[in-house]
Ligand binder design. Structure first.
Ligand SMILES: [Zn+2]
Ligand SMILES: [Zn+2]
Length: 295
């Protein structure tokens, strides 16, 4: 299994000189399984860059296939989709029907309460008030699917989904291909009572890699605990690297990757956060755009 990070920023893209190392694109993480299935998680602005890479492969001829799983439909997880070049590649006949074997094919998945809205949400952001091209114009074959029993098998890979804590809901995922496993838990907040989310523990039990939302420092999250002023970030749906470390240790995850970096955190600040996290757990690193993990 190969994991590629195409977008690791939270909330809004942050281009600029101060974010070159960690990157400014919003969430998009690709998993290539041992049987070479392409599974993409979220369509933040990172998917635009992934799309350009895919256009160097069979996707340029309309012969590509990939699965896109959405954690949820907040802006920073869908906004790159209209700029995903392979979605435009395909051939239609005179009647406008897509010609088989000449169209890239994408299966788009969301949770029952996200998936039912997924098509409307993606269509809505391409409404002509916001974007010049309608979703129907895309020539690839796009199949909207709802994750009903929260488990799906693609080739030799199993993808399980469970709800995590986030305003209006979010799905965490566990991906297993028989050889290795990874859990994705972006946009999740830790429980306020000091416990660890049971669903997070189930998804990340003994995984090779846990990818976790560490948007805030503990001081930003709960300034009152440090005698600092400010409203704090409790209830915003995000967590800290320190909480990710607690979960990783409790679940027996071998490696922890922190993602969904706060737009206000520049490279220098994120490096400092990473150093602090390493004092608590050797196997933690902060995701950098373009990073690849081979399992
Ligand atoms: Zn987000
Ligand atoms: Zn969100």
């Amino acid at each position: 299994m190969i994991i590629k990070f195409w977008g690791v920023r939270g909330s809004i893209p942050t281009p600029g000189r101060d974010t070159v190392e960690f990157g400014g694109n919003t969430t998009c993480i690709e998993v290539i399984t041992s049987s070479k299935e392409r599974i993409i998680f979220d369509a933040g602005t990172g998917i635009r860059v992934l799309g350009l890479e895919l256009m160097k492969t069979e996707f340029a001829q309309g012969k590509g296939r990939a699965h896109i799983f959405f954690t949820h439909s907040h802006w920073d997880h869908i906004q790159g989709f209209p700029f995903f070049a392979p979605a435009y590649i395909g051939r239609k006949d005179m009647q406008g029907n897509r010609i088989n074997d000449c169209c890239n094919e994408f299966n788009l998945y969301g949770a029952a309460d996200v998936g039912d809205r997924l098509e409307a949400t993606l269509r809505g952001q391409m409404d002509n008030y916001y974007f010049p091209v309608d979703l129907n114009y895309l020539s690839s074959k796009i199949n909207f699917k709802t994750l009903k029993d929260n488990r799906i098998t693609i080739g030799d890979t199993t993808i399980s989904a469970l709800k995590l804590v986030h305003p209006n809901g979010v799905l965490g995922y566990r991906i297993e291909d028989g050889k290795s496993s990874v859990a994705l838990a972006t946009d999740c907040e830790h429980p306020s009572d000091g416990t660890i989310d049971q669903n997070l523990l189930r998804l990340s039990e003994n995984v090779d890699v846990l990818i976790y939302d560490g948007q805030y420092t503990p001081e930003e999250y709960a300034p009152h605990k440090f005698d600092l002023p400010g409203p704090g970030k409790q209830g915003f749906g995000h967590s800290t690297a320190e909480e990710g470390i607690r979960a990783a240790k409790a679940a027996g995850a071998k490696r922890l990757v922190i993602t969904h970096h706060k737009p206000l955190h520049n490279d220098e600040f994120l490096r400092r956060m990473e150093e602090n996290a390493r004092k608590l757990f050797d196997a933690v690193e902060f995701a950098r755009e373009g990073m690849q993990i081979d399992l």
